[in-house]
Each structure stands twice: as C-alpha cells, then as structure tokens.
Design a protein around this ligand. Structure first.
Ligand code: GDP
Length: 458
C-alpha cells in the first residue's frame, strides 16, 4: 500500500447532504487530532478528558464570537467507524455556519476530506473489508426495501463471510501442495487429490451460484426494467399514468420528496419497477406501422419483464394468440393484460379466459392491484425474502469469473499429469481473485477507483 493512501492527517467534511432543508447538519472529523482540533474551537467543557460515545453541548467560537450552539459526539479510536478518533459536530443547518465551522477546523489543522476518505480509512484500518465498504455506498443509495436488504446484508458481512470460508479451505490445500514441493525428491502427496477435487467442485458450485445471483441482485439494487407494449391505442399510456399517478399520490404525501426521483418508477412491496422508454409510449404514434413494430421489439428486448396489452374491442382471441406467440419468442417473462375490461361483456370475458390474462381497465383503474401482484410474482419475490447472499456488483462478478477460470485449471491439473508447482500456482491465482473482492489483495488504482465514486463526507 502506498503512503499517499495511508495518511495521518485529520480530515473534516460535511457528513449530511449539502443544501438540504433539514434543521441540523453534521460535520465529521477523523484522525489523531480530531478531538484536540475540535476542542480548540469549542467552549463548554474540555473534550480531551471526556469518555468515548458521549455527547456534549457547547458553542463553536471564532475568537470571542459565537458561531453556533452545537452538540459534539465523541468516538475515541479504535471504537469508531474509521477506527481513528472521530468527532461529529451537529450544527444548525445553515450554509454560512457550516462553512464557518469547517473553515475554523481547517485553520486549526484539519484538512478537507476527499471523496470516500472516511470509508477508505475504515477499510485501511480493518474496520470493513472492501465489499463491505462498497455496500456502504449501496446502502446510502438504496431506495427500496429490496435494495436496502441486499446492501445491508453485504455491509454486515454476509458475502464476505461466505468468501472467507472458501478462501480458508483453498489456503489449506495450497499450503499442503506447497509442502509437497519441499519434498519433491521423495514423490509424496500430502494433499489428497480426491479430496482436493471434491473441494474445488464444491467451491465451483458456490461461486457459480453467486455469479448467477447477480442478475437478481442487480435487479433488486437498480429496479426491474419493465416495458409496456402493445398496438397503438390499446391503452399503454393510460395504464402508465394510472400506475405512476397512484405512486405519485403516495409519495407526494411524504414531505420533502421530490418528484424527479420517482419519475417512471413504482415501488411494489419494496421492489422497484422501472418503466423504460416511457417517452416512446407518450409520443404520438405516427410512425409507419412496420417501423413501429420493429422499435417495439427492440425495446422489449431491453426489459426484464414485459407488460403486453390487448384491446378486446379491437383484437380477436386469434389475434391475441398470435401476438402472444411473438412476445413469448423473446424468452422474457411477460404479463398478458386485457385492457378496457369495462367494455367487455361476461361472454367476451369468458372467451379470453384461455389466455389466462389479467383483466384491467386502465381508464377506470380496475384490476390494478391484481396487475401489481402479478408483476411481483413474475420477478419471483419469494426468493428475495430469503437470506441468500446476492452479488450486486459487476466488479465482484468479474473477480468470481476469474476465480472459476483458475479453478478450472486446477481441476484439469488434478486429472492430468501436471506437476504440483503448477497446481499450487493455479490455486494461488484463484485465491488472488477471491481476495480482490474483499480487498485482501488490492492496488492503489483499484481503491482510488472505488472510493472516488463516493461522495465527500462518506
Ligand atoms: P396507447 O396508444 O396504447 O398509449 O393508448 P392510450 O392510452 O392513448 O389510449 C387510447 C384510447 O383508449 C384513449 O382514448 C383512452 O382513453 C382509451 N382507454 C385506455 N384505457 C381504457 C380503458 O380501460 N377503458 C376504456 N373504455 N378506454 C380506455
């Protein structure tokens, strides 16, 4: 590790969101001088003699001038997030006050923190491993119960523990094989090849499961991309509005939420569904039919779930069946939706029953709850409720794939006349890639890349 990443400076940054309307702002310091520096601008009591995990009321002063009345929380290292001394100063949330307080702290020796530097320190000081540090960013970004659950599970070490166990088993075998190298003359086998093969096959399976969990993990983290498709005038934009307006009505009741963040997304029992290409639905359908069909197909391919609408006043059961066959050919889960059910007679309704559709009236807002239940069923929410470890990070998937490649070479080596030193090398290689995930193996570039994506103050 290069020394520019491990710095002894005391750092300071606003930990709460800049410009937010809240009552309070929190300014955070970390480093050996965090308490002494705060103490030099704080009046109330001597912070240097206070116990860890205590809160103190007092004033921040610039000379004799009172800048603000504050609460100071103390965390004495290593019992803190970064494992260093950490101070959190709660001030009134005024841009002016925040700038004055941070300015004063910097004058007394603190340095402005870089993006992600608090979490980087937590990682470098052993408080978190790398995948846990990445989960901190995911947790802060989480906006649904599902993405929250996945990030929380990763931050609390679920994924790391699973990898740690795999690593331990592999390290054990690598050292036995390396021992064989020391006795090369005597042609001994300390590492039982059958056992090794069983172990590698097991690990292989676990890693494969983790890789295949990525699709679901990613969906939970970023939302399920959904396309609403169907011929012109079937009611696509009416449905989209019905779904989104209901969501907006719910969300706008929560004070301070902005409309932008919920644009074209709905949250059903904690899972986010993201409607893609909604601009295409809203714009007038004056494209020539053939072009329109081609475009619809392209856009359906980007979805993980398709809602396909039919208008029973226009389409016969045979038409519908033909269109369903085309959608089914894409091999993407889809929901068959008969819209305008308000115009359907009971007899007509019965004739569509073979298609097992969900009946709705987008205009009259009928059947919307049933549709939502069906959407949830399609993404298999039953799986989400389990405590399975899900991979949500493409960097982790890539490292897992490289691990598998190295393990494949080990398996080949066991069944073929390959010498122990090559076997040992491939096992070490797989350990290397597993280590990249948790940060047992890192480079400055990698760390720079991960932490620079964090905000300042994290
Ligand atoms: P799109 O071209 O698929 O986006 O279709 P629109 O949402 O623009 O709807 C086309 C027409 O169907 C409009 O006049 C809507 O008012 C009407 N419509 C949509 N949904 C329903 C419904 O459930 N019942 C009835 N009766 N009319 C509907």
């Amino acid at each position: 590790m290069s020394t520019d990443l491990i710095s002894q400076d005391t750092i300071v940054a606003l930990a709460t969101s800049p410009g937010a309307n809240g009552a309070i702002a929190v300014i955070r310091l970390s480093g050996s001088q965090a308490i002494a520096i705060t103490n030099s601008v704080f009046k109330g009591k001597d912070l240097r003699t206070q116990a860890s995990h205590t809160i103190h009321f007092g004033t921040i002063r610039d000379g004799d001038e009172i800048v603000d009345e504050v609460l100071v929380s103390l965390f004495i290292g290593p019992n803190s997030y970064t494992k260093e001394h950490v101070v959190e100063i709660s001030t009134h949330n005024s841009k002016y006050i925040i700038e004055r307080v941070i300015g004063l702290l910097m004058k007394k020796g603190a340095r402005a923190a870089r993006a992600g530097e608090f979490t980087l320190r937590a990682f470098l000081n052993g408080g978190l491993d790398l995948s846990q540090a990445e989960a901190v960013a995911d947790l802060i970004a989480s906006n649904s119960a599902a993405s929250h659950q996945v990030a929380m599970q990763q931050m609390r070490g679920g994924f790391s523990n699973q990898l740690k166990k795999l690593r331990e088993d592999l390290v054990h075998f690598a050292s036995l094989i390396e021992l064989e190298l020391d006795f090369a003359e005597e042609d001994v086998e300390f590492a039982n090849r059958d056992q090794l093969k069983r172990l590698i096959t097991n690990i292989h399976q676990v890693i494969r499961r983790l890789i295949s969990s990525f699709e679901q993990g990613n969906v939970l983290k970023n939302g399920v991309p959904v396309v609403i498709a169907g011929k012109p005038n079937v009611g696509k934009s009416t449905l989209l509005n019905a779904l989104l307006n209901e969501e907006r009505a719910i969300v706008s009741d929560i004070a301070g939420t902005t409309r932008d963040t919920i644009e074209d997304e709905i949250n059903i029992h904690g899972v986010t569904f993201r409607f893609i290409d909604t601009a295409g639905i809203r714009e007038t359908q004056d494209v020539i039919e053939a072009k329109g069909v081609e475009r619809t197909r392209e856009k359906m391919k980007q979805a993980r779930l398709i809602i396909y609408l039919f208008d029973p006043t226009q389409d016969t059961v045979a038409d519908v069946q033909q269109q369903i066959a085309e959608v089914a050919a894409l091999s993407i889960p889809f929901v068959t939706l008969i819209n305008k059910s308000d115009l359907l007679s009971t007899a007509q309704r019965a004739s569509y029953a073979v298609l097992e559709p969900v009946y709705i009236s987008a205009k009259e807002q009928l059947g919307i709850e049933e549709l939502k239940e069906e959407l949830l069923r399609q993404v298999n929410v039953a799986n989400i409720q389990t405590d399975d470890v899900l991979v949500t990070n493409i960097r982790h998937v890539e490292a897992l794939q490289k691990t598998i490649e190295a393990l494949d070479r080990v398996l080949y080596g066991i069944d073929n006349p390959v010498t122990s030193d090559f076997l040992a090398m491939d096992i070490r290689q797989s350990l290397h890639h597993l280590g990249e995930i948790t940060g047992t193996v890192t480079t400055d570039d990698l760390l720079e890349n991960i932490f620079s994506k964090f905000c300042i103050g994290k």
